[in-house]
Design a protein around this ligand. Structure first.
Ligand SMILES: Cc1cc2nc3c(=O)[nH]c(=O)nc-3n(C[C@H](O)[C@H](O)[C@H](O)COP(=O)(O)OP(=O)(O)OC[C@H]3O[C@@H](n4cnc5c(N)ncnc54)[C@H](O)[C@@H]3O)c2cc1C
Length: 467
């Protein structure tokens, strides 16, 4: 069986690798660099940049850590070199895995010319690949607001911001979501005066309000300014640089305006409409097996919308590859295939700000909206030995458990290493564990995970007392 995957990001390469592991002939078509947005423009470069930003903040805090010496400042060329090095290393490993699994990587622009044919154009040439199943994994591109002139010098998307072109003196970031806040953190540490303009009443829209308030206050302490419930209406170039005019009537002067208002599926112009595939706005419509309305064509990752995260794309990619193989084999055997899907109720969402934010499962409000009665408990990092030793005692762990059963249904964390410790909660939700079982498990001392344990102990006591 031959599976052609269009798009070599985390969704696409995971699908191709899984297909090859299952014995299929896997072909991966990529027009740019293997690793997609995640490795080349997203997750990986931003985290390498934030690592250096954290070092700058540590150096500013040196006296409090019992150290002496001038604060560090950023060396853009060196930082760009280091970031590129991290990306090259990871890309090299992907290429090695593709070779080991005998996945053919075809360079060029893929386009469906029929339900089982993908045309690949590169240079002046074109080639046609025949497939038994196709997986569309073309990802997403930054959303460009129609009222913002992206042709203006200094108007950036995240692609420019990770390219480390400059550390502007003044930067206005449109959007207080995950991407906006991570760049706010990095550029504030590097010395920019940062203002974040957010349309809704809170940063990280959709996340727990206490979490949002806490991270906003922490970023304000780093010098970031916020304008909530406001929007950038227009950006113009004047004598002193750019001027962003806000809906409220205020004007903000800036050297750079970074638009971080979200991403849209990259699904246009690749032959999907022509073969009859249905869309939900620009996202490819799929069923829970990740199959489109056209049999044998699957789609995954940012291209199908939903939770636009690398680990979601990977999970969907692996599931789609298994489903494609099962679908093909069952069709030939005349049997009904067994399908698998992805459980979206226990997927962690992480923000790598200082401090980190990480959430999984439901907030109490979301549970109530679904008719689930819950108890909630909070433990702060102020009493945690590891957090104090790290000099990062701000934040808390909040857990949400079902009343009666005590099953963990959600966890929201702001604080040190939140993006690491959230997985304990993710596994617990997935496996149907109670807060009592986490609270009873011995956690090593001193670790920030002890705060999760304490929150669970408190929640378990509330479950027992029926409060
Ligand atoms: C600044 C930023 C930071 C981020 N940080 C995180 C994070 O910390 N954690 C996280 O989970 N997610 C993060 N994300 C989101 C994450 O990058 C995406 O969710 C993830 O990359 C989606 O994977 P994908 O495989 O669906 O698509 P992509 O990674 O976008 O890959 C799609 C690939 O398809 C290729 N392609 C497109 N069309 C064609 C075609 N016609 N022919 C051939 N190739 C084609 C593209 O070149 C690309 O390589 C971040 C995103 C950004 C922008």
């Amino acid at each position: 069986m031959r599976i052609v995957v269009v798009g070599g990001g985390p969704g696409g390469y995971s699908a191709a690798f899984e297909a090859a592991r299952l014995g299929a002939e896997a072909v991966l078509v990529e027009r740019d660099r293997l690793g997609g947005t995640c490795l080349n423009w997203g997750c990986v470069p931003t985290k390498a940049i934030l690592r250096s930003a954290h070092a700058v903040l540590d150096s500013r805090n040196a006296a409090a850590l019992g150290l002496a010496g001038a604060p560090l400042s950023v060396n853009l060329a060196a930082l760009e070199g280091r970031t590129r090095g991290v990306m090259d290393e990871l890309r090299g490993q992907l290429e090695a895995t593709a070779r080991r699994l005998k996945v053919s990587v075809v360079r060029g622009e893929g386009r469906l010319t029929g339900p089982r044919t993908v045309e690949v154009r590169s240079g002046g040439g074109r080639d046609t690949l025949e497939a038994d199943a196709v997986i569309v994994a073309t990802g997403s591109v930054p959303l460009r607001l129609p009222n913002i002139d992206h042709g203006l010098d200094g108007v950036w998307t995240s692609d420019d911001a990770v390219s480390l072109k400059d550390v502007p003196e003044r930067i206005v970031i449109i959007g207080g979501g995950v991407i906006g806040l991570e760049f706010a953190c990095a550029y504030a540490a590097f010395g920019s005066a940062v203002t974040v303009v957010e349309l809704t009443e809170q940063v990280l829209p959709g996340m727990d309000k206490r979490v949002a308030r806490t991270i906003q206050q922490a970023l304000e302490a780093h010098g970031v300014q916020f304008r909530l419930e406001d929007a950038v209406e227009s950006v113009e170039r004047g004598q002193g640089g750019l001027r962003a005019t806000l809906r409220s009537g205020a004007g903000l002067d800036a050297d750079v305006v970074l638009s971080a208002v979200g991403r849209v599926p990259a699904t246009a112009g690749i032959g999907l409409e022509e073969v009859g595939i249905e869309f939900d706005r620009r996202a490819v419509k799929v069923d829970e097996r990740f199959m489109t309305n056209v049999g044998g064509i699957f789609a995954i990752g940012d291209a199908i919308g939903g939770m636009m995260l690398a680990h979601v794309a990977e999970a969907e990619g692996r599931a789609a590859a298994r489903n494609a193989v099962a679908w093909y084999e069952a069709a030939h055997a005349g049997t009904q295939p067994a399908f698998e899907t992805v459980r979206y109720d226990c997927i962690p969402a992480c923000v790598y700000t200082f401090p980190n934010v990480a959430t999984v499962g439901k907030t109490r409000e979301a549970a109530a909206a679904q008719g689930v009665e819950t108890v909630q408990a909070i433990a702060k990092f102020t009493g945690n030995a590891r957090a104090l030793a790290e000099g990062e005692p701000e934040g808390f762990v909040q857990v949400v458990a079902e009343k009666g059963s005590g099953l963990l249904v959600g966890c929201q964390i702001v604080g040190p290493f939140a993006v690491e410790i959230v997985h304990e909660a993710a596994v617990a939700i997935r496996q149907g564990l109670s807060v009592a079982s986490i609270g009873h498990a011995v956690h090593a001392h001193p670790t920030v995970s002890e705060t999760l344990m304490l929150a669970c102990e408190d929640a378990a006591a509330k479950v027992r007392s029926g409060r």
